[in-house]
Design a protein around this ligand. Sequence first.
Ligand code: SF4
Ligand code: SF4
Length: 287
Amino acid sequence: MEIAIISGKGGTGKSSISAAFATLDGEVVLVDCDVDAANLYLLFNPVHEEESIYVSGHKAVIDYDLCTSCGLCMNYCRFDAISEESGRIIISEISCDGCFLCSRICPETAINMVPSDKSMMYSGSFRNGRMVYGRLAPGEENSGKLVNVVREKAKQTAGKYGLDTIILDGPPGIGCPVISTITGVDKVVVVTEPTISGLSDMERAIEVVQKFNIPAYVIINKYDLNQAMSRQIEEWCSRNNVTVAGMLPFDRQITEAMIEAKSIIEFNPESEISKKIKIIWNRIVNQ
Ligand code: SF4
Ligand code: SF4
């Protein structure tokens, strides 16, 4: 079973909950799909067994032996990636979109398109199973494609090691990498918090999930910080046939666990919050 944990935005506690789910009992494949800002590896310190380069696109590079500084490429680049400094034409690696246009129009054929090869995919073991994650290099595009690559590796890993559960910690938002994270999964968990923006971000996330006809479950994290808003979220879910899998109170032990590089389940398995997380997980898996 593949279960994706997402949130309409960052900072809802999604990764802490993913980490808790990943350490509840039997071994799992844990996948960090937040390729722009992967962080679960910091918590679980996996042993890397495989590393592979992910080519996310191409970047334009000038051959200064051929360039005459005519400026034509600068006039054509629609991404403002090309500028001139003291008579020298310069291409910004961060701004270049890899569209190939400048390399095609340069009269001196002075621009080469080189593969962007600084993004990586890692797989290996962690203390409760296998872990797969990707890291997109700063300024590189196609995070959705890297998520697809990471997910494919996770599926192969699950097959190879005979593991039934794949837990996908998704990126924040509702963009392309989130779509790549939830496509084809069995269930999606949306973690929200009791604020007005939490409610509207959750609504947008659930709209996306429902377009794919995937069962959605909501967890209201830190529900006790605003019980009236938590009730509003519950009511919205009830009106829209979305299951609230559970509500978790604010608990400083979550942060204390993170500081010790542990999930809350590892940090204090007998705590009330750990018990609630176990109940929520069982509800999601068995419903
Ligand atoms: S178009 Fe070619 S020759 Fe002209 S400035 Fe650009 S790289 Fe140099
Ligand atoms: S490849 Fe496209 S985006 Fe990159 S510098 Fe050339 S024209 Fe600009």
